[in-house]
Design a protein around this ligand. Structure first.
Ligand code: FPP
Length: 231
């Protein structure tokens, strides 16, 4: 049996299409998407995943209708509040990736609280990517580097060190649902050698079995990191 992925990133796509196909409004799809996120966090923790990054809101998602944006923000709040007991029981630690300063103050407060309350938990780490963009993260990293190291040459290692969560290993596997073959600005730096898995199912339809299938597909792949196969 090949190694299990330690860090999985998920682009949770297809909430809107799932709703539209059923004659429902888009926000209904996000509501189902939140239920799926809870289901998959539980499943990933049971399957021994160590880090799970969920792309909940991108730096580009602000272009959506303001009602949809505030609906998603409220779901984030609900998730953080309602999941504390589950996180406590399963030792799940909340982390954050993105530019928190641009989030509504109440969401920032809720996020900080959850990060603090779960900070000592030693189970799976759930990294919520909210107002996250891979390019934005790299720009912020370079800026932070130059704030601390004026006039120096910057290296790959320096950029890695100033990313949002430098202690978290790069994702082994990036999953995207709803059949789109794009990474959409998700973990651009860290995902350089990640294996990609595209699922045709819409995010609200995802179950533990789908995650198991994605992990099994990962385990059948040969990772060479630009090198050649060692025999
Ligand atoms: C993509 O579907 C989904 C989003 C932009 C929002 C995802 C947010 C959640 C699932 C809720 C919050 C989750 C957590 C973990 C706090 P889409 O709207 O782009 O779907 P479409 O491409 O079919 O229109």
């Amino acid at each position: 049996m090949e190694k299990s992925p330690s860090h999985i990133g998920i682009i949770m796509d297809g909430n809107g299409r799932w709703a539209e196909k059923r004659g429902l409004i888009r926000t209904q799809g996000h509501l189902e998407g939140l239920k799926t996120a809870k289901r998959i966090v539980k499943a990933a923790s049971e399957l021994g995943v160590k880090y799970l990054t969920l792309y909940a809101f991108s730096t580009e998602n602000w272009k959506r209708a303001s009602e949809e944006v505030s609906f998603i923000m409220n779901l984030v709040k609900q998730y953080l509040r309602a999941e504390f007991e589950f996180s406590r029981q399963n030792r799940i630690r909340t982390r954050y990736a993105g530019d928190m300063a641009a989030l509504p103050p109440d969401i920032q407060k809720e996020l900080r609280q959850s990060i603090e309350d779960t900070g000592s938990f030693d189970g799976m780490q759930v990294i919520l990517a909210i107002n996250y963009g891979g390019r934005d993260e790299i720009v912020r990293s370079v800026r932070k580097f130059y704030q601390n190291n004026q006039g120096m040459n910057i290296s790959e290692k320096d950029i890695s060190l100033y990313l949002d969560n430098p202690d978290i290993p790069d994702p082994d596997l990036i999953i995207r649902t709803a059949g789109e073959y794009r990474t959409s600005n998700f973990l651009l730096w860290q995902g350089a050698y990640s294996e990609l898995y595209i699922s045709e199912k819409m995010w609200p339809e995802w179950e533990k079995e789908d995650l198991e299938e994605a992990i099994a597909s990962f385990q059948n792949r040969e990772r060479r990191y630009g090198g050649i196969k060692t025999r």
